[in-house]
Ligand binder design. Structure first.
Ligand SMILES: NC(=O)C1=CN([C@@H]2O[C@H](COP(=O)(O)OP(=O)(O)OC[C@H]3O[C@@H](n4cnc5c(N)ncnc54)[C@H](O)[C@@H]3O)[C@@H](O)[C@H]2O)C=CC1
Ligand SMILES: O=C(O)[C@@H]1CCC=N1
Length: 249
């Protein structure tokens, strides 16, 4: 995820150094180092945490002396609380962000929350960085960030899974894999673009506009969610992801 974001973060004036022992290539105009020791004598205005949540206590403390006095830490680690991050970084100001995968093409939907000690300059810089990758929603608490993680951070996983099932069903109805993909992804793209372009109209109304009484869509919708079982599944999906984010705190 860090590399995907960097493609767009990198479009500003900042100079980025990536520390990653396993990465082989880095975006243009960035410097890749295999270990923190190679840059440990330098000072940075921003340290970005894009490692797994479980690695924070082990990896971060060694970076705390590398943050300049006016600097801040930006973390994309799911769930991982500001208290944990700040503890690992000797009390540094922390901004937590939850991006999502479409940031890789500049169409991300991120949420952001700032901890104590974060000043307006830090906050506006973080918002500006994230706006390079798509849209940003500032939320009022870490709990809301964990809820946003369940909705949008993990969201592309749900959407890919729904698209996958939709394509598989289209194949079973007689289309080749390629034609099924064309029909399904084109339908999803056009439908979502329509909803985004028409934010005055509710999703219920947009759905109803497709649905002729006694027609094919009504028959399909009845099978899809007539018993509300899919609505219940969607609630379970978000609750499970939110619960996991809370476990990672
Ligand atoms: N994948 C996604 O869609 C999203 C991921 N995140 C967060 O991003 C973080 C990274 O997740 P992914 O990108 O999915 O995992 P990933 O496994 O693709 O990336 C982790 C990177 O950390 C590197 N790494 C391993 N040990 C390291 C060390 N000691 N020092 C520096 N780098 C090290 C790995 O080589 C790898 O490039 C997680 O905290 C996750 O919660 C947040 C939002 C969305
Ligand atoms: O699955 C995960 O834990 C990460 C955070 C949100 C998306 N991917």
């Amino acid at each position: 995820m860090g590399s995907a974001l960097l493609e767009y973060w990198n479009k500003g004036d900042e100079k980025f150094i990536i520390v990653d022992p396993f990465l082989e290539t880095a975006p243009d105009n960035t410097r890749l180092v295999k270990s923190r020791e190679e840059i440990s004598s330098e000072q940075f205005d921003l340290i970005i945490v894009a490692i797994k949540p479980q690695m924070v206590e082990q990896e971060l403390p060694a970076y705390s002396t590398m943050l300049s006095g006016k600097g801040y830490v930006l973390s994309i680690a799911a769930g991982t609380s500001i208290v944990r991050l700040s503890g690992a970084m000797s009390g540094a100001p922390i901004i937590r962000v939850m991006p999502n995968l479409p940031a890789a093409i500049g169409k991300g939907t991120s949420s952001l929350v700032a901890g104590l000690g974060v000043n307006d300059k830090h906050r506006s810089h973080a918002v500006e960085l994230m706006e390079r990758t798509g849209t940003v929603l500032e939320v009022e608490s870490e709990d809301m960030l964990d809820r946003a993680t369940a909705v949008a951070g993990s969201g592309p996983g749900y959407v890919f899974e729904i698209a996958r099932m939709y394509v598989a069903a289209a194949e079973e109805l007689g289309f080749s894999r390629e034609d099924a993909r064309t029909l399904v992804l084109g339908t999803i793209e056009g439908t979502i673009a329509m909803a985004i372009a028409d934010d005055e109209t509710s999703l219920e109304t947009l759905r109803d506009n497709v649905t002729s009484k006694g027609g094919t869509t009504a028959a399909g919708l009845e099978a899809l969610n007539g018993d509300d079982a899919l609505s219940a599944k969607m609630r379970d999906t978000l609750t499970a992801a939110y619960d996991r984010a809370r476990e990672l705190r």
